[in-house]
Write a protein that binds this ligand. Structure first.
Ligand code: GLN
Length: 486
């Protein structure tokens, strides 16, 4: 029995029944952060005073009918929140304050959720371990010698350790699903356009998606209901209705009638850890036991996914990063000429992975190489998207591993960027195709959390959340997490 609510639904019930006040709940999470985050390193800044004030106002009103009234949460440090810094894990924005709220932050405030602070990310969300953050190290809550994953490593680590009941992350090539997997929590990568990107510092604009990391499938569904939908400020959000995703999760406890694909090329991928593979095969058996039909499918273009992804995202990143020139945003170097201002500022205040993006991206977009690299990769992207569309024409969902190996040691891969890129093999195709995916923990392997992702057709978040909820109930990983991390 835990001493505090560990899901949004439980917290909501307790707040509505006045079994706990919003202020007491807020203080409870604040004291966990004060006691536990020094070691974890998830929060880059906190806003406890405004959190307490918001809670006091809620208690005074006595009205907890708003969907997330009184629920404490955090934002990845690329989501604009007026009055708070928006560092993107970078020296160049270390002291930059957001002048306005991201749409997501605005919607969450309206829903009554209580913001506790911002959490760590790889610099400009480029990375898979949070080690590219120029500000601080975040550790894996299950083993402090291991990385929490990235780039939303602060989000996943803080949620796993119950330093908030959910966090907003971003996923451009796996940055929600992979850290959720490494930290044993649930992470939802929404379909491209499902959630507004307005006010979020972009990595690669045609790939970026914004979504929740939370303890359970029901929790991410509840947050999605609040943040999804059309936004005038983001032209890529279509007018597709937002469903009451959490309603359909109710009592379904089997998968009968579901046809679920397994991607042959993923299972045969080089370097897929044998114990994780065994664990994944166990999930496939479980799906069958729960009444689902599993079919093997072949997506031969998978072998081009990593080069296609990295070519395109680094090209988009190089253009997005052009605005950090020492004039418009953030830090500026001490210089005497304009040219020096550009070059010195960028040399001094940007980290190695971001510089690599600028060089790779500028190269592939340059006149002589544009057609050979960028245009070709864009065409392959379309083919990958079509391959998924074809597969989904005969499937309800696809089940896949999230990472080829468990959370690795801090420092283990920092000297080999290519090894770090290859670790994204199972996640980048969803972003290339614009589809949705939810990562859920299943069991412990190598004494660390392991899990799977369920991929679904674009804008069919409902389906993958339903399947995820059935598997979650059967595995009951929550019990393990609560026992070890509360
Ligand atoms: N590791 C991947 C990259 O660096 C994914 C990052 C992300 O999804 N933000 O591109």
């Amino acid at each position: 029995m835990t001493v505090f609510p560990t899901t949004i639904a439980d917290a909501k019930k307790m707040l509505e029944a006045k079994k706990i006040s919003a202020l007491d709940l807020t203080n409870l999470f604040i004291s966990r952060i004060e006691n536990l985050d020094k070691q974890l390193g998830a929060y880059t800044q906190t806003c406890f005073e405004s959190a307490r004030n918001q809670a006091i106002a809620l208690d005074k009103s006595g009205d907890f009918s708003a969907p997330l009234a009184g629920i404490p949460y955090s934002l990845k440090d690329v989501v604009s929140k007026k009055g708070l810094k928006n560092t993107a894990g970078s020296k160049i924005l270390e002291n930059y304050e957001s002048p306005y709220d991201a749409t997501v932050a605005e919607l969450l405030e309206k829903s009554g959720a209580i913001l506790l602070g911002k959490v760590n990310t790889d610099e400009f969300t480029q990375g898979s371990s949070c080690e590219n953050s120029a500000l601080q190290l975040t550790r894996n809550p299950w083993n402090d010698k291991k990385v929490p994953g990235g780039s939303s490593g602060g989000s996943a680590a803080s949620v796993a350790k119950y330093l908030g009941l959910f966090s907003i992350g971003t996923d451009t090539g796996g940055s929600i699903r992979q850290p959720a997997n490494f930290c044993g929590v649930t992470g939802l990568k929404v379909s491209y356009g499902r959630v507004s990107r307005s006010g979020i510092i972009s990595y690669a604009s045609s790939f970026d998606s914004i979504g929740p990391i939370a303890p359970t499938v029901d929790c991410v569904a509840r947050v999605l209901e609040v943040i999804a939908g059309k936004d005038e400020k983001d032209a890529t959000t279509p007018n597709i209705s937002v469903e009451k995703y959490s309603n359909s999760l109710s009592e379904e406890s089997n998968l009968s009638g579901k046809k679920i694909g397994v991607i042959k090329e993923f299972i045969e991928a080089d370097g897929f850890d044998t114990d994780l593979k065994k664990s994944f095969e166990g999930t496939v058996e479980k799906i069958k036991k729960l009444g689902g039909e599993v079919v093997e499918i072949s997506l031969p273009l998978t072998k081009y996914a990593i080069p296609t992804y990295y070519l395109l995202v680094k090209a988009e990143a190089s253009t997005n990063l052009a605005r950090y020139d020492g004039i418009r945003f953030g830090e500026t170097a001490d210089v005497s000429t304009l040219e020096e201002q550009y070059t010195k500022t960028r040399s001094e205040f940007l980290g190695p992975e971001v510089k690599r993006a600028i060089m790779m991206g500028t190269y592939t977009l340059s006149a002589g190489y544009f057609d050979a690299y960028y245009v070709k990769a864009a065409k392959v992207r379309t083919l990958i998207k079509e391959e998924y569309e074809k597969a989904f024409a005969q499937l309800d969902a696809i089940i896949a591993p999230v990472t080829p190996f468990s959370a690795f040691d801090i420092g283990e891969k920092t000297s080999d960027p290519l090894a770090m890129y290859l670790a994204d093999i199972f996640t980048v195709t969803a972003n290339l195709a614009g589809i949705c995916g939810v990562s859920i923990p299943t069991e412990k392997v190598h004494d660390l959390p392991a899990g799977i992702q369920i991929l679904g057709k674009a804008f069919n978040e409902k389906e993958i959340l339903e399947i995820g909820a059935v598997l979650e109930k059967d595995y009951n990983f929550t019990a393990i997490r609560e026992k070890e991390l509360v």
